[in-house]
Ligand binder design. Sequence first.
Ligand code: ZN
Length: 334
Amino acid sequence: MLIKGRSTDYKYIGLQMLYNRLPKEHAMKSVINSKMLSTKAGIIGETVVEAIFEKYQFPFNYRVLHDVSLISNGKFQLDTLFISPYCAVILECKNIVGELSFENDPPCLTRKLQNGQKDTFESPKVQVDRNMYLLKEWLKERGIRIPVRGVIVFSSTKSKIIKPPNHTEVIYASSIPVLLRNLQTQKDYISVIQMDYLAEQIVRENQTYFPYPMCINWGIDPSDLITGVQCGECGRFGMVRIKRTWLCPACSYKEANAHVNAVKEWFMLIGDQLTNSECRRFLHIQQHQTVTRILQSMGLIIVGEGKATKYQMGEKMLSGHKNFYTDRKMFIRS
Ligand SMILES: [Zn+2]
């Protein structure tokens, strides 16, 4: 039974936004681009695993939770957690194609592509071991006794494992049903009631991670970013405020609420508290009063009074706008 689906990928949304507002020649542009691509590959891999759980059922009671973030002796994030009466299985999902070798000293995953290109990744074995340890601690704190297994899942058969890790299972996503069907043993560690209690606790304690403001996380000077309101039609920055609407000087597209995305981007990229003058600079508006009206119409949290007034975007607003970036036309070009 599916208890929790995948959450919105705020990390990917944040990377897209940052990439979108970094000038072409910026030193971090290619770094953000490759991070964006690897994050997207990860999302695709997790979607493959999710689709398997939609397709297959297992002949015993079980609960499936995707994209779980918890805290015990540290924060940990599980791509998929499968809970059965016999054990809990962490599925750490990877979407890395090529010839792969798990190296030990230092622990890493190396990849060789057909064209000879070589790359190094953080070791999924280290991630699985850490997640197993932290989940065991989390369960112990709640008095739940159940064995924990960790498995690395490659979503594509284009991942050729040349050198597997020691003492960690590695499978392709297509083998998940076989692996899980074979879990059934004589001994039940937890009952169905305990399983439901456990799943409920996980959902309750799940942490939503907002990786904002992106500039701070990536050490980028906010003054490097492209300012202005972006045209929803042609993607150019610098729409002009005319009467109560915005006009694109390049393509003549008009949009009354074009500023809304720009203000949200300011919060996700630059900071927690926005002042009137910062907003004027970012949106390219001269009049103090126009910006006050815009900010007050957006349902932001207002802190302070008079000249010291600052605006904040609440968590509800951040999570409430999960679709705003994916729904709008994207202008990402690599
Ligand atoms: Zn335009």
